[in-house]
Design a binder for this molecule. Sequence first.
Ligand SMILES: Cc1cc2nc3c(=O)[nH]c(=O)nc-3n(C[C@H](O)[C@H](O)[C@H](O)COP(=O)(O)OP(=O)(O)OC[C@H]3O[C@@H](n4cnc5c(N)ncnc54)[C@H](O)[C@@H]3O)c2cc1C
Ligand code: SF4
Length: 495
Amino acid sequence: MGNPTGFLKVDRALPDDRDPKDRLVDWQEVHEHMPEEGLRKQASRCMDCGVPFCQSGNSQYAPKIAGCPVNNLIPEWNDLIYRGQWKDAIDRLHRTNNFPEFTGRVCPAPCEGACVLGINAPPVTIKLHEYAIAEHAFEEGWVNAEPPAKRSGKTVAVIGSGPAGLAAAAQLNKAGHAVTVYERADRIGGLLMYGIPNMKLEKHIVDRRVKLLAEEGVTFITNTEIGKDIPAKQLQDEFDAVVIATGATKPRDLPVAGRELKGVHFAMEFLSKNTKSLLDSKLEDGQYINAKGKNVVVIGGGDTGTDCVATSLRHGCEHVLQLEIMPRPTDQRAPGNPWPEWPKTLLVDYGQMEAIAVQGDDPRHYQVMTKKIVGDESGQVKEVHTVQIQWVSDENGRMSPQELVGTEKVYPADLVLLAMGFLGPEELIIEQLGIECDERSNAKAAYDEFATSVDGIFACGDARRGQSLIVWAIDEGRRAAREVDRYLVGESFLP
Ligand SMILES: Cc1cc2nc3c(=O)[nH]c(=O)nc-3n(C[C@H](O)[C@H](O)[C@H](O)COP(=O)(O)OP(=O)(O)OC[C@H]3O[C@@H](n4cnc5c(N)ncnc54)[C@H](O)[C@@H]3O)c2cc1C
Ligand code: SF4
């Protein structure tokens, strides 16, 4: 630790985001960089704790004990930033995380929620440091393709090119196996490419990493849906092992009257078409759902809903509203949510900040249940009917929503976006391979084993754990790669 009293003398600071009014006219990232001097000061706040909770994320204890799921060596690289040893910092960071440029941008940072400094002061700006180390390294030309010195002669098919599939591919390729990644979309990246909007993660950042992986020897095959274009059994026959990393792409629906009306869409249709059109033609081809001039109602108060709010505002919507059935989170940690748990406190994210800048208030309304959606005579949506609810517990402590009489509301709506979470992986591949599922319909495979019920078939990421986070997907991809390596050659030296 370079500066033992840094945490006493330096306040937490982050670079300002771009002004919402400026950033709403483009699709570029909302965050600004911090100059090196500021970063070194921030890094000096790290106390190099004897037990660094920041880096101790563990699937077994999550979310009770948060911390970094890939066990990034956080105090080490905080110190290296403080000392200006950036090359050593990226070497340390790459030891535990294949893609710090993604997590440095879009991870919600469970590490910061578990930072020891957070007990009585704002935590160390760990995510900012990760981002800075990664981008500094790319700028300096320190991140280059490193193909394996020798090949094992074994072959692996990875189905799905999200962060789990990419991390598994990167690691298996390092171990010398010939890896082929199959992706049904036309671009590689999974939700990094077609879920998370450009203003959170610009897509040339994803392409930059995919290009490196290709140079290292990973083969990518796009526009190919396993199960339809190629039977899953064929991969099982042709490859020595198969990794299922297909994500949890089945959206939760809203079973109310009017669901079938024109103008009611799943959030992912809205978001993915927007990014595709943006990348293909800067939104000139019209192949997306346009919110311009519309009253938009987003149903779902989570991150996907927030991405819909931010996208609608960039289209120039008339007004956007975000309805959430759960109560408003508290401003500070509740007594039942102590450090080092992930803090379940109110976050005003980039989309809400933008809505506040344009509309004057936070677009989120809490404890609101949608009763029905009403359309006009042409079948186009025109209203969302809601009622306020309160959550009541029964004698077994089970919570259920109770409608509050007299709180019914009608909101004008030209576009309704359903962002209420995901129900697990699609069944096609799972059925074709005869893989057992768990009680939540995910591919059944134990954490740290990742082997499914079928010999030689492994599962990781959202397809195994349900909709989660990029950092967990990277963690699972890396760990699954180690198990596949063991399966193929009897031992593994992969970290
Ligand atoms: C809108 C949105 C925003 C999010 N924002 C964040 C965020 O800011 N931070 C964060 O940490 N997490 C975020 N998440 C969650 C995060 O993106 C996921 O947890 C993560 O991407 C899961 O990675 P994965 O590799 O398991 O699956 P995915 O990223 O879902 O990738 C799976 C891939 O498999 C492909 N596929 C599926 N079936 C087949 C098939 N049969 N054949 C070939 N290919 C197939 C899919 O096309 C997809 O490309 C967000 C999620 C959404 C939906
Ligand atoms: S818990 Fe916080 S202060 Fe302690 S080592 Fe980690 S980042 Fe530094």
